[in-house]
Design a protein around this ligand. Structure first.
Ligand code: F6R
Length: 612
């Protein structure tokens, strides 16, 4: 969603801001803008891509050593030049960029209109900068104190940066429920909504906490305060991120790079966490609270989208291997449902970004009610990583393509390890099965590599499917969530309508859709339900549907009845989702490219959904 970048120091701000906005493009946006201070405050804003902003910025004088930039994903007001950020105060002296939503903006706006303010845009953000201006003038406050006062009046989420043309020596930023990182360079500071615009300049960062305000000055000093004006000790961290992780590295798209990275990222998620020969699994997050985790009466997963699909797979695994009851909740529903929770519950949040607003809110409710919170997160230092009592990073590295791929398989690795560790401790899984699955896990990176080596076969199938308008995905048992994930991948990047179903549910409605125009993808790798899946495929064929089946190597039954089959290497059934999802990711990718869609930044989507 929206992205923020800001700079103060000795360098020219504009090139840093522009480069930063390009790094933030992956988050999803529909307009962009920049303000810099030189002899006055210069602001350019444009609907569309950063490249379009660049082409109008060239006409303005944007030199100066302090500035702010923004990519906007529209919430209040359509995507256009006027609603784009930065927004200015009524007298044009202050400029603000904002991520998040000010929920009570309408009431504040009316009060400000009554006091003579006029507004140019439909946004909640413009209301906030006018409120700051109002306090600055009527209460004769400094920018810092006016901003602090304004923040005590607003309800909602914000990450903001403000500059004042009358004081080009400082920039002020603040956050609540929307991430903000301060980068500390030599006599220069960077502020951004994630570390991607900062990493090429410095590795020293401070992740701001909720209701913290940072004042960064061009004399090389900075101060962090809370909203009650109390100075906070900065927790300076070293970024473990390399610039080439943010580049396409020769691939046409980030999504393709991330699909092909999976042999490595899956291995990274396992590194140091298991040893099949010695028969152990280690998950650091467990140790601190192992008693409560091992004796949890119930596990509740909260997540959204692809991460929710991972949770569904975890439900099969944990119930099967560790015999603990599991519930899987859409975070957006859980948070508004008055859930019944106790100290005996373990609530696990799964999130690539670690910033998903609904997942965070679900955790806050679970925390209030005494449950133990565990985070399975990719982005280090993210809000979910910090609010949870304990957790495990998935170590997939930055995921830039909007469609989640490598984060999904790395989440599965951690969840499988979790199920195995719990099962082993609780004595609900035999030692032989425990070791067999560990050996199986160790073999996954090489098997994923084998699948990727057959990408041409997938390309061929994609060519056959690319002009269809609809698709069905069917799976059984642990591969039912893979069907959901396959359908989500296809619809989000190729705009083909797709639905995932448990294969047996087909007869209860979706079968009515099947005719010669309906491609049906069937994940048919489950040994335990092989005959039943074969029957489902017969039912589709009897109605002239086009069947594309993902099968285990050596399967001779299904290849006789399906129109196309794609073989994945043999693996224990509990581990099949790690392999069966790969051809489906590739298929969506190739179809999207063939249809001329924007693979990495599909329309209307944001990488990190920081508003509900
Ligand atoms: C789908 C996708 C989204 C995310 C969802 C949750 O490809 O990327 O469905 O999975 O928005 O995001 P995180 O995992 O960051 O909480």
């Amino acid at each position: 969603m929206c992205g923020i970048v800001a700079y103060i120091g000795e360098k020219q701000a504009y090139p840093i801001l522009l480069e930063g906005l390009k790094r933030l493009e992956y988050r999803g946006y529909d307009s962009a803008g920049i303000s810099v201070i030189n002899s006055s405050l210069q602001t350019v804003k444009k609907k569309g891509k950063v490249s379009e902003l660049e082409s109008v910025a060239i006409l303005s004088d944007l030199h100066g050593n302090i500035g702010i930039g923004h990519t906007r994903w529209a919430t209040h007001g359509k995507p256009d030049d006027l609603n784009a950020h930065p927004h200015l105060s009524g007298d044009g002296s202050l400029s603000l960029v904002h991520n998040g939503i000010i929920e009570n903006y309408a009431t504040i706006k009316q009060a400000l209109i009554d006091r003579g303010h006029t507004f140019k845009s439909e946004t909640d953000t413009e209301v906030l900068i006018h409120l700051i201006e109002e306090y600055k003038k009527t209460d004769a406050l400094s920018l810092e104190h006016a901003l602090t006062k304004a923040l005590t009046k607003v309800v909602g989420a914000y990450a903001i940066v403000v500059i004042d043309k009358n004081n080009p020596n400082e920039l002020i930023a603040a956050r609540k429920s929307s991430p903000l990182v301060l980068g500390i360079g030599d006599n220069e500071f960077f502020i951004a909504s994630d570390a991607s615009p900062i990493i090429q300049y410095t590795k020293k960062v401070v992740y701001l906490n909720d209701e913290e305000i940072v004042i960064a000055k061009n004399d090389g000093t900075f101060t962090i305060k809370n909203i009650h004006n109390e100075i906070q000790e900065p927790d300076i961290k070293e970024l473990d991120l390399k610039i080439d992780q943010l580049e396409k590295g020769g691939y046409d798209h980030f999504m393709l790079k991330e699909i092909f990275e999976q042999p490595t990222t899956i291995a990274e998620s396992m590194r140091g966490r298991l040893n099949a020969n010695e028969g152990w699994v280690s998950l650091g997050g467990f140790d601190q609270f192992q008693n409560r985790i091992h004796h949890a009466k119930r596990i509740i997963f909260v997540a959204c989208g692809t991460s929710w699909h991972s949770a569904l797979i975890a439900e099969y695994l944990i119930e099967d291997l560790a015999r603990i009851p599991v519930e899987v909740e859409y975070a957006s529903e859980f948070r508004y449902r008055n859930p019944i929770l106790s100290e005996d519950d373990l609530v696990i949040a799964i999130s690539q970004s670690g910033e998903t607003a609904d997942t965070l809110a679900a955790l806050e409710i679970a925390k209030e009610r005494g449950a133990l919170l565990y985070g399975i997160v990719n982005v280090v230092g993210s809000s979910i990583a910090r609010i949870t009592d304990c957790g495990s990073y998935i170590h997939a590295g930055p995921e830039i393509g909007v469609a989640s791929t490598k984060a999904f398989t790395s989440q599965l690795v951690v969840l499988i390890l979790m199920a195995l560790k719990l099962g082993n401790k609780r004595g609900t899984i035999s030692d032989a099965k425990f070791r067999e699955l560990l050996y199986g896990l160790e073999s996954v990176p090489a098997k994923v590599q084998e699948i990727l080596a057959q990408s041409d076969k997938i390309k061929y199938i994609a060519q056959e499917i690319k002009d269809r308008q609809n698709a069905l995905y069917l799976g059984r048992g642990i591969n039912f969530p893979v069907a959901l994930e396959g359908a989500l991948k296809l619809k989000e990047i190729s705009y083909i309508h797709a639905e995932g179903y448990p294969a047996a549910e087909m007869k209860h409605g979706p079968i009515a859709l099947i005719d010669e125009n309906m491609p049906v993808f069937v994940i048919a790798t489950n040994a335990s339900a092989h005959e039943k899946i074969a029957s489902n495929i017969q039912e589709v064929k009897a109605r002239k549907g086009l069947v594309i089946a993902i099968v285990s190597e050596g399967d001779t039954t299904i290849s006789k009845i399906a129109d196309y089959t794609f073989e994945i290497p043999y693996i224990e059934e509990q581990l099949t989702p790690l392999l069966s999802v790969i051809p489906l990711q590739l298929l969506s990718y190739y179809i999207s490219v063939m249809r001329g869609c924007n693979v990495d930044q599909p329309r209307n989507l944001a990488k990190s959904v920081t508003v509900e």
